[in-house]
Write a protein that binds this ligand. Sequence first.
Ligand code: ADP
Length: 273
Amino acid sequence: PAGRIFVLRDITLFKQAAQALQEAKEAAEAASQAKSAFLSMMSHELRTPLTAILGYSEFLREDLLNRDLHSLTSDLDRIITAGRHLLTLINDILDYARLEANAVTIHPEPVHMSTLINEVVMTLQGLAKQGQNTITVTVEPDLPPVLADPVRLRQVLLNLVGNACKFTGQGEIRVHCYRSTTAEIQIDVSDTGIGIAADQLQHLFKPFVQVDNGPTRRYGGTGLGLAICQRLCQVMGGAILVTSEPGRGSTFSVRLPITGVPSAPCEVSQEDG
Ligand code: ADP
């Protein structure tokens, strides 16, 4: 007798697999684009000081006999400044690359925040005085030692307090360390400087981002400092946040678990000002 056979096949799984494959492809493409963009930014950043070094050196060599001591010294100073910038840039790039590749190991030990913060402030007193800024430090009494990597934490604070000095002229910088929850401490670095526009805040922690990025840029730097700080805070199980108001100042806050890196990594978040 004649009959029909119906074959029903559930293709949901196939569809899900195809979709997952498509998403993986898109993620790989995005990662590859991000890598190319990073490499092209990096080459641009490296080329700028190197061009200055070569340009001034060649010019000096051709014109050496016509130079007096003053103009000679000022061109040599420019070469030294560009060389130093290049070295900082290379160190920052290496640091950032290691962090991105998860190749940075932290060495936690009990850190007395008062000692560490005062050391950082002492190191930056000269920079603060140059800009006629004052730095005040308050550390909550009886704060327990924090299990963190002192070298990396110092690097983060040097960058934040250094930025506060750089972007504040004749103002006040405050470093306040306190217990924000039973499990966390917070270090707020506040300044009364130029501030940052709300639409720029979300980009600050991306590599090579500098808010004032035009050819007449007044402030030196590599644009990698905050990207490095954010990743360092992450590997120490913490987070970094920023609030700011243009013309009034900024506060960068570092949050760290008192007992060191928790088993699940903390999310890094940002807040608008
Ligand atoms: P840079 O080496 O250029 O300072 P960072 O990553 O440390 O790089 O900072 C990125 C940018 O964020 C800076 O170029 C500046 O535009 C902005 N920024 C950082 N800190 C401050 C601050 N305290 N006040 C105002 N702007 C800041």
